[in-house]
Design a binder for this molecule. Sequence first.
Ligand SMILES: *Cc1c(COP(=O)(O)O)cnc(C)c1O
Length: 366
Amino acid sequence: MILMNDFRSEPVALREAMYDAARRVIDSGQYVLGDEVASFEREWSALCRTKYAIGVGNGMDALEIIFRALGVGPGDEVITTPMTAFATVLAILRTGAEPVLADIERGSALLDEDSVLRCISAKTKALVLVHLYGQLGNMASWKELCDDHGIYLVEDCAQSHLASIDGDIAGSFGVAGAYSFYPTKNLGGVGDGGMIVTNDALVTEMALQLRNYGQSHRYSHPMVGLNSRLDEMQAAILRVRADYLDEFTLRRRSVAIRYDREIENVNIDKPTIPKDLASHVHHLYVVTTTHRDRLAEYLRVNGIQTLSHFPIPIHMQPPCKHLRRDPHGLAVSERHAETCLSIPCHPQLSEDDVSKIISTINSFEV
Ligand SMILES: *Cc1c(COP(=O)(O)O)cnc(C)c1O
């Protein structure tokens, strides 16, 4: 089976370095908020070209902590997309604020600007841009929209590790960015992990307290916080894996470019590869077809695993059916959910794997 992710075929040298890192942590006797986390925070903020990085428990907590650090809470609205991981919206709900859902663009499946404009109200406090599948949209224009309306721009970078435009990195465009290091992400640990990146000193100060029970000094708790600390084991492993990120991203990109050139099937639409190659890190390669379920089954019987991201849009999930949304509806998101199929696009695919995936897709008949 060609898998969606295949950690066990990663380079032996990477695995050995991970064993060494794990041993280093165990031998250090320091397991929470020690040197590994501090070092990884420094290294990740340097890679993101932000002043600060704060390690947290996971990507969802990174978002919740950003919102709470910004004072987003009951009575506020936060606009985002229904085409995302449930965690994006759950993080908003957990603050007591109301998520408001805007529709996406056909093609990229990123938020549609006109739809976002229709969602803005006097209560809107923030816009969460999800860099879906690894791609950055027109960040200059989103920044301008948020500045014009006096709302915070928050980036969900869980799928877009170090995607960039003109050298500006995902997470550095808005007030803060939330990274996830869940194992299947472009940079993932051997468990949960997350990071907030920001240039804002106040957000940083608040986030450092919020991740650690709202503690300012030992046993002093000026606010109601969370327990959401990145642990030393994950930080040490992520530091090792970060050394491979560039190489792995280039490999993902070359797989995506082969798909773009060689997949030819009148029943299947391919995603667009942006002209600015650096603006897309190809976390997922997502085709669309009205014969989605049949294509998935055809690939499965031919030894190729697939997934859908995401088959149920947020507003069709039971806890979210009541959420306010674009008055014109969310038709593009609904159609995307019914037609999207993610095919393997990870760094361990061989050229033969890629050829097999392409020829199988090209031989699919309806
Ligand atoms: C994975 C993901 C998250 C959540 O990250 P966790 O570390 O699993 O909490 C949030 N948003 C998006 C877009 C994701 O893909």
